[in-house]
Design a protein around this ligand. Sequence first.
Ligand SMILES: NC(=O)c1ccc[n+]([C@@H]2O[C@H](COP(=O)([O-])OP(=O)(O)OC[C@H]3O[C@@H](n4cnc5c(N)ncnc54)[C@H](O)[C@@H]3O)[C@@H](O)[C@H]2O)c1
Length: 252
Amino acid sequence: MTESPQGHTDDRVAVVTGAGQGIGRAIAVALAARGVRVVVTDRNAETGTAVAKEVGGDFLSLDVSDPRAVAGVAGEVVRRFDRVDVLVNNAGIAHEDDALDVTDEVWHRVLDVDLTGTFVACREFGRHFVRRGSGSIVNISSIAAFIGSNPEYHVAYDVAKAGVSQLARSLAVEWARYGVRVNAVAPGRTRTPILDTVGMDDPRRMTQWIDQIPLGRLLEAEEIAAAVAFVALDATAMTGQTLLVDGGQIAQ
Ligand SMILES: NC(=O)c1ccc[n+]([C@@H]2O[C@H](COP(=O)([O-])OP(=O)(O)OC[C@H]3O[C@@H](n4cnc5c(N)ncnc54)[C@H](O)[C@@H]3O)[C@@H](O)[C@H]2O)c1
């Protein structure tokens, strides 16, 4: 395999949303390690630019809850590289509220970013994949798609993530004839800044979380990223699936 001056040993171009930190950053690193050219996107330009530098890729600013911006970035990637092969819909936000306290604003914000943002990116990048007759999408779901989350409650997040897994099923069936695969990866509780928003600094809660995980520890972002790289690049017969990477939580 020949290596480009930037160290890309694979012609493929992958776009990762919300890649400025946490699981998204680890996914960008894992894909770049496979030689793929990675386009890092995030609403945070500072962290996104740093990760792009780290992986020898490009940064494009993107808030996934802005449909016009998503369409613009899809077009820009194709203009710049003349191709796009992989989309990882990773950008997401969490919340913690008892259901009776979930305001309309919180409900819409979480659904806008986590579910609608994922759908719009599938649609806008999907246009290019369908036209080209190939493409691989991985949506980052969650164990929350399969359970009523506890001890912290976040019904809007749970519903959004169930939708993210359903998008993989619906779009996989619709786009299989165009050679486009659509899957999801559902992490269990993973040590990243998002857990700060649901109580990572509370030792009692940490004990409760770990008690729910048969492996007996939180997961690391790199462990999720390895599964995403496998699904995105290697699992050529897999489509419409959600791969749980949860330390055994859902199995018990
Ligand atoms: N950490 C966990 O325990 C866990 C478990 C299951 C699923 N997930 C999912 O994994 C994904 C990544 O989470 P993380 O733990 O790395 O969280 P994180 O908060 O560490 O990182 C999220 C990233 O997404 C970006 N982002 C947020 N809103 C955005 C928007 N509107 N547009 C573009 N970028 C935006 C942030 O700037 C940040 O870089 C999320 O979809 C999350 O729901 C996380």
